[in-house]
Design a protein around this ligand. Structure first.
Ligand code: FAD
Ligand code: UDP
Length: 378
C-alpha cells in the first residue's frame, strides 16, 4: 500500500482516484457500510425513486477543471435548481426576486421601483451599524421581507435567535430585480444521470484501489487503525479533525439534521423538489420531494406514489452526524490549534469537510482534493 485514505466521500475518493491513476496502490477505509460520504444515494425500495440518504445534493460549479474531471465519471442531466418558500400558507419564489417582491406587496413594481422601495425599507438600519444577523438582514432587505422569509427560517435552522447570531453569517442576501429564480449562479449544474452512487462507484473502480467498509480508523481491534498506520504509510485523513487528536483542544461544534422520510400515496405531493417553510409554527425547515430531481425518469417512477423528506435542524451531540460547522469564536480558535498539531503529524494530510472543519460543496471538496494531489502528494 502506497497511500491510506480515511473516508470515502468526494475528497477521499478524488485523492484515491488520482493516486491509483498514477500507479499507486491505495486503500480507502470508511466506517459506514457504503462509499460516497454524504453524497450517497439509493433507490427507495417501494417506489424505485432515488433518495439522497444524507439530505438533497445538487451539483453545481463554475470551475472548468472540476467540471472536466467529474464528467470523466458521469454525465449530468439538465436539471436546474429552483426553491420556493411557504409563508403563512402562501408560496413565494426564492431567492428573493422581483416575483417575490411583487407577490409579497401585491404590486407590479418595475425593477427600478422595487429597488427604490427596498432601499427605503432597508434605510431603517445602516449596514455599518449592524451588530447581529437580524440587524444586518433588515439593513439589507428591510424589515417586512426579513421577517417574512429570513427571521424564523434562520432561527429554526440555527436553533438560535437571529439577534444572537453574528452579522457575518449573511455577508449579503441576494435580491434579484428580475424574475430570474435560478437558485445557483454557477456556469454548470445538473444531477448525475445514473445517480450519485453510480458516479461514486466509477471513481473507486480501479485495480489499484481497495475499499474496506465498516472500518473505523480509531478502532484498534482492526489492522488499519491510527496507531498502527501513522508514520508507516502516507495518510489522507478526511474524518473529524478534533476526533483525530482525541479532542485535546476541545470538541468543535456542529449542526446536524434529522431527516424524516415518508412514502405518500400520491404521484405528486408539492409539484417541486424543495419547498422551504418560512414560519416558526412549522417545526421543519423544508420538504424535499425526490421525484422532481429527475423529471426525465417520469416513465420509470410510479404515478401513484412519491417520496418526501422533512428536514429538521439541531445542534449535534455525541453520536450525531456532524453536518454544518457552527464556527463560533471558540471553534475558530480550536481549528487553528488543531491545524498546528496537524503540522506535527508525519505524512498525515487533513482534507475535506470534516478534516478541515469547513462547509464545502461537492465541487469545492473535489477541487481542493485535486489541488492537494497536484501540489503536495503527486
Ligand atoms: P464526507 O462526504 O462527509 O465524507 C467523509 C467520510 O469520512 C464519510 O463517509 C465518513 O463515514 C468517513 N469517516 C469519518 N470518520 C471516519 C473514521 N474514523 N474512520 C473511517 N471513516 C471515517 N454539496 C453540494 O455541492 N451541493 C449540495 O446540494 C449539498 N448539499 C448538502 C446537504 C447536506 C445536508 C450536507 C451535510 C452536505 C451537502 N453538501 C452539498 C456537501 C457535500 O456533502 C460535501 O461537499 C461532501 O460530502 C464533502 O465530501 P468529504 O469527502 O469532505 O466529506
Ligand atoms: N435562508 C433563509 N430563508 C430561506 C432560505 C435560506 O433565511 O428560505 C437563510 C438562512 O439563514 C440559511 C442561509 O440563508 O442559513 C443559507 O440557506 P441555504 O438554503 O442556501 O443553505 P443550505 O442549508 O442549503 O446549505
Amino acid at each position: 500500500m502506497d497511500l491510506l485514505v480515511v473516508g470515502s466521500g468526494f475528497f477521499g475518493l478524488t485523492i484515491a482516484e488520482r493516486a491509483a491513476a498514477s500507479g499507486r496502490k491505495v486503500t480507502v477505509i470508511d466506517r459506514r457500510h457504503h462509499i460516497g460520504g454524504n453524497a450517497y444515494s439509493e433507490d427507495e425500495p417501494e417506489t424505485g425513486i432515488e433518495v439522497h440518504r444524507y439530505g438533497a445534493h445538487l451539483f453545481h460549479t463554475s470551475n472548468p477543471t472540476v467540471w472536466e474531471y467529474v464528467n470523466r465519471f458521469t454525465t449530468f442531466t439538465n436539471y436546474v435548481h429552483r426553491v420556493y418558500t411557504n409563508h403563512r400558507g402562501v408560496v413565494f419564489p426564492l431567492p428573493i426576486n422581483l416575483g417575490t417582491i411583487n407577490q409579497f406587496f401585491q404590486a407590479g413594481y418595475s425593477p427600478d421601483e422595487a429597488r427604490t422601495l427596498i432601499h427605503e425599507l432597508a434605510g431603517e438600519i445602516d449596514v455599518k451599524d449592524a451588530s447581529n444577523l437580524e440587524e444586518k438582514g433588515i439593513a439589507l432587505i428591510g424589515r417586512p421581507l426579513y421577517e417574512a422569509f429570513i427571521r424564523d427560517y434562520t432561527a429554526k435552522q440555527w436553533q438560535t435567535d437571529p439577534k444572537d447570531l453574528p452579522a457575518e453569517i449573511i455577508s449579503r442576501l441576494p435580491v434579484r430585480y428580475t424574475y430570474d429564480n435560478r437558485y445557483f449562479n454557477d456556469t454548470w449544474e445538473g444531477l448525475p444521470t445514473d445517480g450519485y452512487t453510480a458516479w461514486i462507484e466509477r471513481m473507486a473502480d480501479h485495480p489499484n484501489i481497495e475499499v474496506k467498509l465498516n472500518v473505523d480508523f480509531f478502532d484498534e481491534s482492526q489492522p488499519l487503525h491510527k496507531k498502527a498506520t501513522v508514520a508507516q504509510v502516507p495518510i489522507v485523513y478526511t474524518g473529524p479533525v478534533d476526533r483525530y487528536f482525541d479532542y485535546s483542544e476541545g470538541a468543535l461544534s456542529w449542526r446536524t439534521i434529522d431527516l424524516e422520510q415518508e412514502v405518500l400515496p400520491t404521484g405528486d405531493f408539492q409539484g417541486t423538489s424543495v419547498m422551504n417553510y418560512a414560519d416558526a409554527d412549522v417545526p421543519y425547515t423544508r420538504i424535499h420531494e425526490f421525484r422532481h430531481f429527475h423529471p426525465e425518469r417520469e416513465d420509470r417512477y410510479p404515478k401513484d406514489k412519491t417520496v418526501i423528506m422533512r428536514e429538521f435542524s439541531r445542534f449535534a451531540t455525541g453520536e450525531d452526524e456532524p453536518y454544518y460547522p457552527i464556527n463560533t469564536a471558540d471553534d475558530r480558535a480550536g481549528v487553528l490549534a488543531y491545524r498546528e498539531l496537524g503540522k506535527g503529524e508525519q505524512d498525515v494530510h487533513f482534507g475535506g469537510r470534516l478534516g478541515t472543519y469547513q462547509y464545502l460543496d461537492m465541487h469545492m471538496a473535489i477541487g481542493s482534493a485535486l489541488s492537494m494531489w497536484n501540489n503536495h502528494l503527486a
